[in-house]
Write a protein that binds this ligand. Sequence first.
Ligand code: TPP
Ligand code: MG
Length: 546
Amino acid sequence: MMIKGSDLLVAALENEGVERIFGVPGEENLDVVESLRKSRIELVVTRHEQAAAFMAATHGRLTGRPGVCITTLGPGALNLTTGAAYAHLGAMPMIMLTGQKGILFSRQARFQIVDIIAAMRPITKMARTIVTGSSIPTLVRDAFREAMEERPGPVLLELPEDIAGEEVKEVPLVPPHDVPLPVANPAALERATQMLLAAKRPLLMAGAGANRPRLTEALSDFVRRTRLPFFNTQMGKGAIAGGSNLYIGTAALSERDYVHRAIDRADVILSVGHDTVEKPPFLMGPKGPKVIHVGFTPAHVEQVFYPHAELVGDVGPSLALLADRIEGKLNIDPAFATLRNEILAKLQDRAEEKRFPLTPQRIVHDVRQVMPEDGMVCLDNGMYKIWFARNYRTHVANTLLLDNALATMGAGLPSAMMAAMLYPERRVLAVAGDGGFMMNSQEMETAVRLKLNLVVLILEDNAYGMIRWKQAVDKFPDFGLGFGNPDFVKYAESYGAGGRRVESADGLAPALDAAFKDGGVQLVVVPVDYSENVRVLVEELSRNVG
Ligand SMILES: Cc1ncc(C[n+]2csc(CCOP(=O)(O)OP(=O)(O)O)c2C)c(N)n1
Ligand SMILES: [Mg+2]
């Protein structure tokens, strides 16, 4: 039996359980598009390849299974680079399929040809050209294995158009299987046990890796059993469900924030899944706490993070073995509980203030009011990210999606679109600045076309606010970072979405609630007063030295 290369590719993707592919095809992909038409896989076209990559990466982040995106060669493939880096730094499994001119013969000389494999190599785990149809089953299986394996990330497969269109002898697909991972070595468990039993003020830190879908239940179980007080990094938010009287805060800044009062007093930190791509949650030094790294892979050594012990292996089962050894035996300083109350009370400061334009604290507070526990807030990148990371309480894993790895602007809306597709029964909110929203706002059309239920909240300050804040912190004059905006309500309406503008301090929560009740794609724009950035994040915290 003979089979066309593109049919074999699509069969191999079906074999991996792929349900949708996001992207913008070019003429080099037309065989693949035709094979998709005949398959169970849905082709979702986006209005920019970057958004397709952000969506595919978010699929990987939320499910543990790679999301898939497709583009043409050269210009289309290059538009995936930011999404590739987002998945690479964020450890999100993703498969990128790009077209290429024929490799066996080419009648177009070098037209549109860019060495995409070379361009993508530093921002992928693996990048390969498919040179013969008969290698497709093994290459696709290997690509998925590589993308999913710890530490997960993006993989690129480039399919030249002649290989896609060529008939080859049918080759069997490779069936996927689960791979249970080894657990931590007993000697490592013993060492961690001794360190924790000797500690007076131990803390657990949940890092980015703690939010892997396979891990969250086991981690919550560990905290319930050991009663270890915990904090999290920005990307570790929500990883520990329940046990909320043990939550001490989020380390959104590297030092001096309220939560550092607890971190600075800790003698041992059990760091679960910390990935040093994140901005450091605290800075290690000669006098600070001893750190135990718990991870699927060994820790990296950095100037500010160099663990003293490591538990390497499948994190859930390894933590269960650690809990067997320490449950009921820890001696935790009761002063931590008092400190916790002080820290959390501080974060409530000005949360209900009536100032208009709204303060960031008020915005975070009001968003929490309208979001159910399992509602998902998907942030773009801007000043408000720090406020959400510090002040927004999460109770369910992956309910505050933010990017503290590449920290790119433009991912907020696409990541929320993916969340809305995967969890149609939940409330999903994208939060973006007026700068970041406009970097992928064209995807409002995709969201409307897909009939998603999704609310987009835009924080309007007519500026690249975060950079303006840094400019002020560094004592530069206010210069060059302002811009004008479209009328966002009319802009939303022009896409067939709904739009609302918040006109008073008490207007935000009802506007968001009404938007969710209306359903479909809804945009809410709220003016924000960023003077709190300097008052709290610079002046107040700078007094917290020591
Ligand atoms: C793609 C990209 N370009 C530039 C930056 C640098 N940067 C970080 S935050 C920011 C300003 C964000 O402005 P806006 O989206 O309006 O949010 P605001 O801070 O004003 O709330 C910029 C330019 C970035 N992180 N990503
Ligand atoms: Mg702005």
